[in-house]
Design a binder for this molecule. Structure first.
Ligand SMILES: C[S@@+](CC[C@H](N)C(=O)[O-])C[C@H]1O[C@@H](n2cnc3c(N)ncnc32)[C@H](O)[C@@H]1O
Length: 268
């Protein structure tokens, strides 16, 4: 089994998916359009979460195309209706063979970051593209989350303390919180061409949609944060801080990297 820190069967996953969908789906859709996404394409969405992007891909490729959405825990995605050309699969991208090959487009957002086997998975994703097919990987750089405004210095220290402890738990589970800054280089090593990356971030004020990601993440692993030395008082204050509009933190920067499998050499 994968060692993914945030159990997607837990109800906190729904809150997490809602934040990701609201804050990052518009960005991801733009990035996916830049590949030339068209009707009739065959697409693979890895670790699709709520499948909001997989369903949108289904609309873009139409019934003459096909979209496969994979997910370790598909229970939340399964609650949404979708047409026959969008298929949802329970699937572990580390252990299971990929469900197809010759894809026009493969997309994964915030999945490889969590996988200790991310380079091996990347290699298999590249091999599953058709020549000229696109891989779009979108990953956080969790190392750049400055506090942009705060009621006092103690609030900045509190945020950093709890956030650092959470990053420690992620690393222990095999995640690379800085994978976002490494992904383009890894895609080059994997043989992709026409590589480019765009980074998106926004201010997340207390009480808003985006900052709730910190609440879902820390609430879900509260017992492990406590075991790693975060006091109950700190966690309570942290939750209260996330509700204060005068506290503003930078969102996790989402690095959207895309590259293309080389076309086959033309035979003269
Ligand atoms: C941070 S969430 C991102 C969800 C979605 N991609 C998004 O951006 O909204 C990470 C997702 O990867 C899934 N995941 C983790 N390990 C996986 C694996 N080995 N195979 C497939 N999916 C996995 C989790 O269940 C979870 O839904």
């Amino acid at each position: 089994m994968s060692r993914y820190l945030f159990d997607s069967a837990d109800v906190h996953a729904v809150g997490r998916f809602t934040v990701l969908e609201n804050c990052y789906d518009p960005v991801s859709r733009c990035q996916l359009e830049l590949t030339g996404l068209a009707r009739g394409w065959r697409c693979l969405e890895i670790g699709g979460g709520s499948a909001s992007l997989g369903d949108w891909l289904g609309e873009r490729v139409g019934p003459q195309g096909e979209v496969t959405v994979t997910e370790l825990e598909p229970r939340w995605a399964a609650s949404r209706q979708r047409p026959d050309h969008v298929r949802l699969l329970r699937h572990d991208v580390v252990r299971d063979p990929l469900p197809g090959k010759d894809y026009d487009l493969i997309h994964a957002r915030l999945v490889l970051l969590h996988l200790p086997q991310r380079i091996e998975v990347l290699t298999r994703l590249v091999a599953a593209l058709r020549p000229g097919g696109w891989l779009v990987l979108e990953e956080f750089d969790c190392g750049w989350t400055p506090v942009l405004a705060a009621p006092d210095d103690a609030s900045v220290l509190l945020f950093d303390r709890v956030h650092t402890a959470l990053m420690g738990l992620l690393e222990k589970a095999g995640a690379d919180p800085l994978w976002g800054r490494r992904v383009l280089g890894a895609m080059a090593v994997a043989g992709l061409q026409e590589l480019t990356a765009t980074t998106y971030a926004q201010a997340w004020p207390g009480g808003g949609t985006g900052i709730a990601l910190h609440r879902h993440n820390t609430d879900q692993v509260a017992d492990r944060l406590a075991a790693s030395g975060v006091s109950a008082g700190d966690l309570d204050e942290f939750r209260a801080l996330l509700k204060r509009p005068e506290f503003v933190v930078n969102s996790y920067p989402l690095i959207s990297a895309r590259g293309r499998r080389p076309h086959e050499k033309e035979v003269p």
